[in-house]
Design a protein around this ligand. Structure first.
Ligand SMILES: Cc1ncc(C[n+]2csc(CCOP(=O)(O)OP(=O)(O)O)c2C)c(N)n1
Length: 591
């Protein structure tokens, strides 16, 4: 039997599970693992500038391609705690990442040793498994189980914590006969799908809500086929955006709060039945539950049994992987179509399409300083269907969801539930690493960008070219707007005397100089007419220099995207539900 250190055995398991890349920061307590990485030569390592950055890169890497598992590595103590935000983000959005940390020697774990922290307890609530492996012989099994867990059921992150003496202990392990553990994903039965189909067929105005689970399960093509067979419009959630192309006749828009379309909210309120697949009824999607549920029945299909009924009790629940469920939905729908059992829903689908045509928000503004809406209009011009967008949080993300267009799964990569500022730069780098052929376009407000902009150095060092649009209002825009409710404008201004934009005043951080200082390329835009040329120029710079390229857009300081009737769809829901006083003009009568 081959003998090797437990650290080497862990690396051999990673290799056998298909890992080719890792993101991390070395340190004393993880050095034996780094030695094993070097000796094996099987895994490429990207040295990040912040350990939190490594965790977000791992998430971007996982989300870019089906089957990918991003790996992030750090030493004991603060490296593990730095990665907790990444674990939270991955767990919240059901993304598998493997976090490996070094630890103090086993005998010193309770002696307040230097950088000894109880990371397995800290990471517990934000992982599927967090384990400090105290016995060297358990290491291969623990890492193997990590992969099984990450791939089974609802995907999510795992943390494996390796005390430095455990890493160095020699064990017997045979990589040649290693085999990954079986993965389990529940699948809907024919009877369950037929029952849901009967409810859908009985409805007059059915909608399908397509969540991130559809994207994760690589079931987007099946979703579109199913929607076409039954003639039901699709409302993707923020995590499911891209599961049906924006220009598909049955794409009814995104519903809910903020990251939503007015026409989708109207269509949702007009529906009488919702089939949710791989979604979790997030509060940013549902808004107020009473309004959301009133007058319609629900079927919920989810891979995780305890998700059924978590937010509200559906009329019928099915525990299933989205791919397995949609495969059967398509099968049954074909049979029912051939038997003439599928009602014609053309008029209903047409009414959703009419709302989509008439309830668009305005984007074309010529004013200087630039209004944010215009930025997205120009981005839609500059970037095609192959573009993979990466964004996190803020007014910028909200407006992006309202105005950009996404046509393919895994082409809207967004930290949907956790929304941690700083996620965008490292996540975009992770996407680039996983999909070097892709056109990756990140979008941030200036504050999100400033949170982890040191990671741009990683993009420059490792030649990870992507285009980062930073919409700079020199404000914590979203928070400023939220503060309206408190009648204040407090601790939200980012500007200070540093650089001046013509006619606008001081904008504080010179992002162009910072990006260039880190080895990237950068362009600043202040006039609407310069937006498209700048985006085109940025594409060329990316191709020529193979580094991240920043396009900084100087926006009006206080954005005038309406957060009331335009963005706060709780209000929109109420209006659309029949308050004639505020009802927007172009709404079709609600059924
Ligand atoms: C780690 C973290 N802290 C605080 C917040 C709360 N927060 C959400 S958006 C935001 C302001 C974002 O400003 P910016 O990135 O400039 O985007 P804008 O809203 O101006 O487009 C803040 C502070 C957060 N999401 N994450």
């Amino acid at each position: 039997m081959p003998r090797m250190t437990a650290a080497r055995a862990a690396v051999e398991v990673l290799r056998a599970e298909g890992v080719t890349d890792a993101f991390g920061v070395p340190g004393a307590a993880i050095n034996p693992f780094y030695a094993a990485l070097r000796d094996s030569g099987a895994i490429e390592h990207v040295l990040t500038r912040h350990v939190e950055g490594a965790s977000h890169m791992a998430e971007g890497y996982s989300r870019a391609k089906a089957g990918n598992i991003g790996v992030c590595i750090g030493t004991s103590g603060p490296a593990g705690t730095d990665m907790v935000t990444g674990l939270y983000s991955a767990s919240a959005d059901s993304v598998p990442i493997l976090c490996i940390t070094g630890q103090a020697p086993v005998a010193r774990l309770h002696k307040e040793d230097f950088q000894a922290v109880d990371i397995e307890s800290i990471a517990g609530p934000v992982t599927k498994l967090a384990m400090t492996v105290r016995e060297a012989a358990q290491v291969p099994g623990a890492v193997s189980k990590a992969f099984q867990l990450m791939r089974s059921g609802r995907p999510g992150p795992v943390l494996i914590d390796l005390p430095v003496d455990v890493q160095q202990t020699e064990i017997e392990f045979d990589p040649d006969t290693y085999a990954p553990l079986p993965v389990h994903r529940p699948a809907a039965s024919r009877a369950q799908i037929e029952k849901a189909m009967a409810m859908l067929a009985a409805a007059q105005r059915p909608l399908i809500v397509s969540g991130g689970g559809v994207v994760q399960a690589e079931a987007s093509a099946l979703l579109v086929e199913f929607a076409e067979l039954v003639g039901a419009p699709v409302v993707p959630t923020l995590m499911g955006w891209g599961s049906i192309p924006d220009d598909h006749p049955l794409m009814a828009g995104m519903a809910g709060l903020q990251t939503a379309h007015r026409y989708a909210n109207a269509s949702l309120l007009a529906s009488d039945f919702v089939l949710g697949i791989g979604n979790r009824w997030a509060n940013r999607h549902t808004g107020g539950l009473e309004k959301y549920r009133q007058g319609r029945s629900f079927v919920h299909v989810d891979i995780e049994p305890t998700q059924i009924g978590r937010i509200f009790a559906p009329d019928y629940g099915i525990v299933s992987d989205a791919h397995a469920a949609l495969t059967r939905f398509v099968e049954v729908a074909r049979v029912w179509r051939d038997a003439g059992r599928l009602p014609d829903r053309t008029a209903w689908a047409d009414s959703c399409r009419a709302r989509k045509q008439t309830m668009q928000r305005r984007t074309h503004f010529d004013t200087v300083p630039i209004k944010p809406q215009r930025v997205y209009e120009e981005m839609n011009r500059a970037f095609g269907a192959e573009t993979r967008y990466v964004s996190t949080i803020g007014l910028s993300q909200i407006a992006a969801a309202q105005f950009l267009h996404v046509y393919r799964p895994r082409h809207w990569i967004n930290a949907g539930q956790a929304g941690p500022l700083g996620w965008t730069v490292p996540a975009a780098l992770g996407v680039c690493r996983a999909a070097p052929e892709a056109t990756v376009v990140a979008l941030s407000g200036d504050y999100d960008f400033q949170f982890m902009l040191e990671e741009l150095a990683v993009g420059a060092q490792f030649n990870l070219p992507y285009l980062h649009v930073v919409v700079n209002n020199s404000y914590l825009g979203l928070i400023r707007q939220a503060q309206r409710g408190f009648d204040m404008d407090y601790c939200v201004q980012l500007s200070y005397e540093n650089i001046n934009s013509p006619g606008i005043g001081s904008y504080g951080v010179d992002h162009v100089k910072v990006a260039e200082g880190l080895g990237c390329k950068a362009i600043r835009v202040s006039e609407p007419a310069d937006l498209l040329p700048a985006l085109e120029e940025a594409k060329k710079l990316m191709a020529t220099h193979q580094v991240p390229v920043l396009v900084e857009v100087i926006l009006e300081p206080v954005t005038n995207i309406a957060m009331g009737t335009e963005l706060d769809n709780t209000v929109e829901f109420e209006e659309l539900a029949g308050n004639p006083k505020h009802a927007p003009t172009a709404i079709l009568p609600l059924a």
